[in-house]
Design a protein around this ligand. Structure first.
Ligand code: ZN
Length: 198
C-alpha cells in the first residue's frame, strides 16, 4: 500500500486501519475524518495508422524502459474520455495529429494496479517527430516492429491484437488480464524475443 503519513486536507498524522463498514485498511485522519483512497490508474493509448498501413511507434526517452519501443500511451487525466486522452498522449509523445477510432483492447495489470485502454487511430497527416518523451518516432510496417524491444507486455499484446485483427478483417475489442509480473521482463524480451508471460 502507498505509504502516506499525513492527511492531505488538514495535515494531521493519519491512522492506517479499516474504517467502520469497510473491508480494507485505509489512511484515515483521526482529526477531520478524511479517508485517502488509492485506486487503480487508467492508461490510455492509441495505435496510430498512416494511410499506407504503417503504424507510428515511439522510442521511450524516459524511464521506465528507456530506449524501448511503444505506441503513444500515458496516464488518463481528469475530465477526459479515453479517446481524448489517447489523442492527447499521441500529440505529446509524437507530435502526430490522430483521429482516435474504436477501442482495440482493455488490459488489466493488477500487479501494478493499472488498466490499459487502447484505441485504434488514423493519422490525419504524415507529420510526427521526437519529443521530450520520445527520442525517436518511426512509421513501421508489421515486419519492422521490434518485437524483442517492446517496452511493456501490454504494448506487445495490443500490437498482436491489432495486426491479427487487420489480417482477418475483424475489429474486436480484446479483453486480457495479465496475471503475473514478468520475472525479468527487460532481459527476457531483449534476449529471447519470447512473448511476455501472461
Ligand atoms: Zn484530516
Amino acid at each position: 500500500m502507498t505509504e502516506v503519513l499525513y492527511c492531505n486536507l488538514c495535515g494531521t498524522r493519519v491512522e492506517h486501519r479499516i474504517p467502520d463498514g469497510d473491508h480494507l485498511p485505509r489512511h484515515l485522519c483521526p482529526s477531520c475524518g478524511h479517508i485517502q483512497y488509492f485506486n487503480p490508474r487508467v492508461i490510455v493509448g492509441c495505435i496510430p495508422e498512416w494511410e499506407d498501413g504503417r503504424i507510428l511507434m515511439c522510442r521511450r526517452n524516459i524511464e521506465p524502459r528507456f530506449g524501448l519501443w511503444t505506441f503513444p500511451a500515458g496516464f488518463m487525466e481528469l475530465d477526459e474520455t479515453t479517446a481524448q486522452g489517447a489523442a492527447r498522449e499521441t500529440l505529446e509523445e509524437s507530435q502526430a495529429d490522430v483521429e482516435v477510432g474504436d477501442m482495440l483492447a482493455v488490459i488489466n495489470v493488477p500487479y501494478v494496479s493499472q488498466v490499459y485502454v487502447v484505441h485504434r487511430g488514423r493519422m490525419r497527416s504524415a507529420h510526427h517527430a521526437p519529443t521530450p518523451e520520445s527520442s525517436e518516432t518511426r512509421l513501421m510496417s508489421e515486419s519492422e516492429i521490434p518485437w524483442e524491444q517492446i517496452a511493456f507486455p501490454t504494448v506487445y499484446h495490443s500490437l498482436r491484437f491489432f495486426f491479427a485483427d487487420r489480417a482477418s478483417g475483424e475489429r474486436r475489442i480484446h479483453a486480457l488480464d495479465l496475471a503475473h509480473r514478468p520475472r525479468r521482463p527487460r532481459d527476457r524480451e531483449v534476449s529471447t524475443g519470447d512473448p511476455p508471460p501472461v
